[in-house]
Write a protein that binds this ligand. Sequence first.
Ligand code: DGL
Length: 258
Amino acid sequence: MLNADEYKGWVGVFDSGVGGISVLRALVSELPNESFVYFGDSAHAPYGEKTPAEVLDLSQRIVERFMIAGCKSVVIACNTATSAAAAQMRATYPDVPIIGVEPALKPAVLATPDGTVLVMATPMTVRLEKFQQLMAEWGSGARVIAVPCEGLAARIERGRLHEPDLKELIESLVGSYAGKADAVVLGCTHYPFVIDQIREVLGDVPFFDGGEGTARQLRRRLAACDLLAGQDAQGAVKFLSSKDTPEELALYQRFFTA
Ligand code: DGL
């Protein structure tokens, strides 16, 4: 699927499926001169309900292919894969800027010093040490409640975001916090695509996600490594999927332009 040097000098971006496209949008907006090859591992979604070893293995295979294709940098556009695989990936490719995404707990807590912050994330993200460290660092100022949202990423992955079953699922996951949360962290890159539906359930409170912070971090790392594309470079975006059908790629395109 990825040939040697096919994407030389591009940035490789991946997620378990469509979710990372919410990060990709922030990347393209922050770095319009860069070219991005996006790989959605939709054949293996959801990652958040697998074991960390499985997610590490899947992530390793994708990053290996990006390296063969000549990518200059990698963005792990998935909170779950960042928790399970970023450290290992950075150790394997120490010279490649590898940027991860993590739940935007810090900005949410700083903006909500006396209130309750609800963190929605996959079961694996909530369980793993990386998030526990984030909680230890930022969880004491505001009252932070982490909710493992089993099934939500998988449901978003199927598209048709305005059908009633999706809203019902969100209600069953976080409906009991309606009126009790002062801010919400979208700790899975799939969730920004259903922010309106979540807002309908939880109310019109501030929402935080990691997309823009990740884009700024990519800019900093590329600049530090002298890898930024020139101002006159023409940026591009290419979509690839492990579920390699025209319908799936059309779905990615719809999420990108939504
Ligand atoms: N979008 C991913 C995340 O940010 C993974 C969702 C999943 O596949 O479970 O965690």
